[in-house]
Design a binder for this molecule. Structure first.
Ligand code: GAR
Length: 201
């Protein structure tokens, strides 16, 4: 059977991209990363993609770019790779509804917090601060479908609680959340690819 095609959208470091590349390489994931697209030139994830021999594409966007136009071009680009899944792995731009409707049930987003908490940027830092104020006792990670323009919200596919301890520094918590998301993301893709295989059987 043909391997699943994964297109990964990134804006930064790409540590989550790296675990996906490694899992495809080792055979843990029966999938291929067919393209990595970044909206930022300085995203280290582009280097990771190139090192893995995967097309690394810069689709640069600054604040003057028209969202509709940008997303229409992005959709054409993405569609050219026939993705079974489009994975937002640290993609820090809100996709327009026109883009989202073109790929129904195929866009998933990783967010370093539990469903309904700390949407947007700096989620781990905000969870850490909320813990210090006694407002929460734990945080987590989730992967969800992207059904509309809502930020870090949508039908949850998987989630995992991450504990916070009184002795934690922000670095400790960040490290624990990143370890968790690297595991959860692979587990989630495995699950979705498995479902696709069953659907094709
Ligand atoms: C990850 O922590 C991801 O969950 C987060 O961006 C980081 C990217 O790290 N995404 C969001 O905050 C989405 N709102 P990476 O570039 O090292 O994979």
């Amino acid at each position: 059977m043909k391997k699943a095609s994964l297109v990964i959208l990134i804006s930064g470091n790409g540590s989550n991209l790296q675990v996906i590349l490694d899992a495809c390489q080792s055979g843990l994931l029966k999938a291929d990363v067919t393209a990595v697209i970044s909206n930022r030139q300085d995203a280290y994830g582009l280097v990771r993609a190139r090192n893995a021999g995967v097309p690394a594409i810069l689709k640069h966007a600054d604040k003057r770019v028209d969202r509709k136009e940008f997303d229409s071009e992005l959709a054409e680009l993405v569609d050219g790779y026939h993705p079974d899944l489009i994975i937002l792995a640290g993609w820090m731009r809100i996709l327009t509804i026109a883009f989202i409707r073109r790929f129904p049930q195929r866009i998933i987003n990783l967010h370093p917090a539990l469903p309904g908490t700390f949407p947007g940027v700096h989620a781990i830092e905000r969870a850490f601060d909320a813990y210090q104020r006694g407002e929460i006792t734990q945080t987590g990670v989730m992967v969800h479908y992207v059904p509309d323009e809502g930020v870090d919200i949508g039908p949850v596919i998987t989630r995992q609680v991450v504990p916070i301890y009184p002795s934690d520094t922000i670095d400790d918590l960040e490290e624990r959340v990143h370890v968790c998301e690297h595991e959860l993301l692979i587990e989630t893709i495995q699950k979705l690819v498995g479902q696709m295989e069953e659907g094709h059987a």
